[in-house]
Design a protein around this ligand. Structure first.
Ligand code: FAD
Length: 390
């Protein structure tokens, strides 16, 4: 059996690693034109992990991601080197200021608790005792992770996954796919810019925000869109204890990072959110117009903050329901999609990689049922809407 993985960010690397780990008889090729991950989302992420999703499969994927972050060596160590992913355990805090938002938190909480996630719902009073530096007088309800959430070094995770996949025997190619050869409903080979031709029995499309144009090379529609998100780095003259990752109803989020903070804004339904904006041009006006006012409202000490720098990257948005597409493309049985994670793919990389490997080797999901993420759900009119999108 030969498998070609297109894209070598965290997701593609995890697929390669788990394929080789599960069955050393599977020949694995990873096609990644940018092995230093200069543009990859995996290297430009806020690299945080939460259990606070609205869909069970996402909570379960995070639980496996957490296992790997807490104890990476059994999965990622090469030649006995210890792996440091810089994991900081600290909760997420979702804030609701309206009845509808509070109701959504309650419904999400029921899903999370059913999966065993340690999450508490807090009234404004309880919240102001737990987080005294936060403005709470307009809060209806908040949801705080009490464990199993936090942040890590996303680049280190992607590099460690790639390194381990190589150590287990995956072969990497540093050239982009520029075409596919198809016969009927199957892909036979990928053609690379350097002239190489990679034949395989199964192809995995893990090209993140580039999955739509890469899928188009095989004549396939892959509804994943590159939407730029900017991360702002700032400091605050007033010392605050380490903050949770706070998600304000305005769409603004922030968390501690080292001695300072990072934060940003994600468009809400109806906001302008164009495709394919250029990278390395962070939207600095967004900070003054959207981010700072919301930060200063939620944390009075942030009125005096100082922005130091910013970076940007692509969310790989699957707009139909904001959840990943994992499994065979409906019109091409041997092209497995592993894309469209809409800003929560890094924490799920391990679980997606393990799932894809099990699908290829065993012909079905084993450790975790990923069928809710099947691409076929969209044509069947059964979207799996993730409400807790940041
Ligand atoms: C600002 C920001 C904040 C985020 N915060 C979080 C977070 O807190 N937690 C979380 O879990 N997720 C977060 N994400 C999302 C997360 O980073 C992504 O879901 C994840 O990194 C996707 O991994 P990937 O491997 O699919 O994509 P990528 O890392 O983008 O890798 C895709 C690869 O495909 C390659 N490729 C492109 N074209 C071709 C081609 N023609 N042939 C072969 N290969 C090709 C690219 O070179 C690229 O390296 C965030 C993303 C951003 C941008």
């Amino acid at each position: 059996m030969r498998v070609a993985v297109v894209g070598g960010g965290a997701i593609g690397s995890a697929c390669a690693l788990f394929l080789r780990r599960l069955d050393t008889g599977v020949g694995v090729h990873v096609i990644e034109p940018d092995p230093g991950l200069r543009l990859a989302s995996s290297a430009r992420s806020a690299a945080s992990i939460r259990q606070q999703f609205s869909t069970e499969v996402n909570v379960r994927l995070s639980q496996f991601g957490l296992q790997l972050l807490r104890d990476p060596d059994p999965w990622l160590a090469v030649d006995g080197d210890k792996v440091d992913l810089g994991f900081v355990e600290s909760g997420y805090l979702f804030v609701a200021i309206r009845a509808a938002g509070a109701q959504a938190l309650r419904e999400n909480h029921a899903v999370q608790r059913a999966c065993g996630a340690p999450v508490s719902l807090l009234t404004a009073d309880a919240l102001s005792h737990r987080v005294p530096w936060l403005r709470c007088d307009d809060v209806q309800l908040a949801s705080l992770g009490e464990g199993g959430e936090g942040w890590f070094d996303g680049y280190a995770l992607a590099r460690a996954l790639a390194r381990k996949s190589r150590a287990l025997g995956a072969v990497w190619h540093a050239s982009p796919v520029v075409g596919f050869e198809r016969r009927g409903e199957r892909v036979r080979a990928a053609r690379l810019a350097d002239g190489a031709r990679i034949e395989a029995d199964v192809f995995v499309l893990a090209a993140g925000a580039w999955s739509r144009p890469v899928g188009a090379l095989a004549g396939l529609d892959v509804p994943v869109f590159a939407r730029r998100r900017t991360v702002f780095v700032f400091t605050c003259p007033q010392a605050l204890p380490r903050t949770p990752l706070v998600i304000d109803p305005s769409g603004v989020w922030f968390r501690s990072e080292g001695h300072g903070f990072i934060g940003g804004w994600s468009p809400r339904r109806g906001d302008d959110d164009p495709d394919d904006l250029p990278l390395d041009q962070p939207d600095l006006a967004q900070f003054d117009e959207r981010v700072w006012p919301a930060l200063a409202h939620r944390v009075p000490a942030f009125a005096a903050l100082r922005r130091t720098h910013a970076w940007d990257g692509y969310y790989e948005v699957h707009p139909a329901d904001h959840n990943g597409l994992v499994g065979p493309h409906p019109h091409c049985a041997n092209l497995l999609l592993a894309c469209g994670f809409t800003g929560h793919g890094l924490q799920h990389a391990a679980g997606i990689g393990r799932g894809i490997a099990e699908w290829v080797v065993h012909g079905g999901w084993r450790s975790l049922d990923l069928s809710p993420l099947s691409p076929a759900r969209i044509a069947a009119g059964r979207p799996l809407v993730e409400r807790a999108v940041i």
